[in-house]
Design a protein around this ligand. Structure first.
Ligand SMILES: O=C(COP(=O)(O)O)[C@@H](O)[C@H](O)[C@H](O)[C@H](O)COP(=O)(O)O
Ligand SMILES: [Mn+2]
Ligand SMILES: [Mn+2]
Length: 346
């Protein structure tokens, strides 16, 4: 599945990142998002594949493109039988976030990316549009830290696994009122907190790379982003656990429906019978083949953002595969019409 797909998905995230970055700093988060969606979809529909969006922009009614259930790939187009034999191709599931960190793009801040994860059909957890409590940590702490333990206990475990003092640890937490207690606890335990306004996919994945000075992600973000993060963490061998959060009082936003009871009923309808289950990376991204690709829109811990020069742009992407056991950083120069000279340095 992955031979040519691994290369093509680089272009998918690159095109989304380039489109979105044209709106960087313009205060227009919806446009920055929309152009990324359009670019991602257009490039995806040129790939020789039978894909289905399992995590996307929402339900068909509210999202005209890359909605959950949308079929993507050249072999799903109406004229497909002219150039493909769909029976020869395996069906694949795709989770996308064409602009992860729309606010970051709109306000010119670090940490936004175009991102997607792919697996064979059924290989990615079709997470509902709920919140998720997350715990991400480096590979040496995998299976030792636990989302059910307190932050204080997990920091002790992390310090042993990483052979450093708690004071030397940095934990990323989203800057939200719901995390007030968590932030206090981490600081009291002696560790340092890096608060982010958005973009917890980047934070989760950064835990798996030594040298990023990010040793854990703790707290509550969105569930779809949790699945995408888990796909990368599964390939990288890092620790990732997620637990759905359905109680509006816990997240302290009105974004997930009116009541706890209503949300529980919605989860049941979706076939989620144990709403409190803690999922690990292998369950959220359970497929035999898992691929992950991201391209920086604005600069981040792992990747540069899109840089334009006369006649072109330069991007940096990350493609991770559990089959080839690789994490490739891809540096690309894109030549637009009438390029002048290639810009190697800023
Ligand atoms: O920051 C985020 C926003 O993503 P997007 O809408 O694609 O730009 C994500 O990384 C977060 O995981 C998440 O969406 C967020 O925590 C949920 O929103 P909020 O209620 O503001 O915390
Ligand atoms: Mn997002
Ligand atoms: Mn998004």
């Amino acid at each position: 599945m992955e031979n040519t797909l691994g290369l093509e998905i680089i272009e998918v995230v690159e095109q989304a990142a380039i489109a979105s970055s044209k709106w960087m700093g313009k205060g227009e988060k919806n446009i920055a998002d929309q152009v990324a969606v359009e670019a991602m979809r257009e490039r995806m529909n040129k790939i020789y594949m039978r894909g289905r969006i399992v995590i996307g922009e929402g339900e068909r009614d509210e999202a005209p493109m890359l909605y959950i259930g949308e079929e993507v790939g050249i072999c799903t187009q109406p004229d497909a039988k002219n150039f493909c034999n769909p029976d020869e191709l395996i069906e694949i599931d795709i989770a996308v976030d064409p602009c992860e960190g729309t606010n970051l793009v709109a306000y010119g801040q670090n940490g936004s990316m175009a991102v997607l994860a792919i697996s064979e059909k059924g290989g990615l957890f079709a997470a509902p549009d709920f919140y998720m409590k997350k715990l991400a940590a480096p590979a040496p702490a995998k299976g030792l830290v636990d989302i059910n333990k307190s932050a204080t206990e997990n920091l002790k475990i992390l310090s042993e696994c990483l052979n450093r003092s708690v004071e030397e640890l940095v934990v990323v937490v989203m800057d939200r009122p719901r995390h007030e207690g968590l932030i206090k606890e981490i600081r009291t335990a002696g560790a340092r907190v890096r608060l982010i306004s958005d973009g917890d996919v980047s934070a989760a994945i950064s835990c798996a790379f030594g040298g990023t000075n990010i040793h854990a992600l703790m707290g509550i973000g969105a569930a779809p982003e949790g699945v995408i993060s888990a796909a990368a963490m599964r390939c990288l061998g890092g620790h990732f656990q997620g637990q759905l959060i359905y109680d509006p009082e816990v997240v302290q936003t009105g974004l997930i429906g009116e009541s706890r009871e209503g949300n529980l009923a919605r989860l049941k309808e979706m076939g989620i019978n144990d709403p409190d289950k803690v999922y690990d990376a292998d369950e959220l991204a359970s497929g035999e083949t898992v691929l992950f690709a991201a391209c920086g829109i604005t600069p981040g811990t792992l990747m540069e953002g899109v840089r334009f020069f006369k006649g072109g742009a330069r991007t940096q992407s990350l493609v991770i595969s559990n089959q080839s056991k690789t994490a490739r950083f891809v540096d690309t120069i894109h030549l637009f019409d009438d390029p002048q000279n290639l810009q190697l340095h800023q």
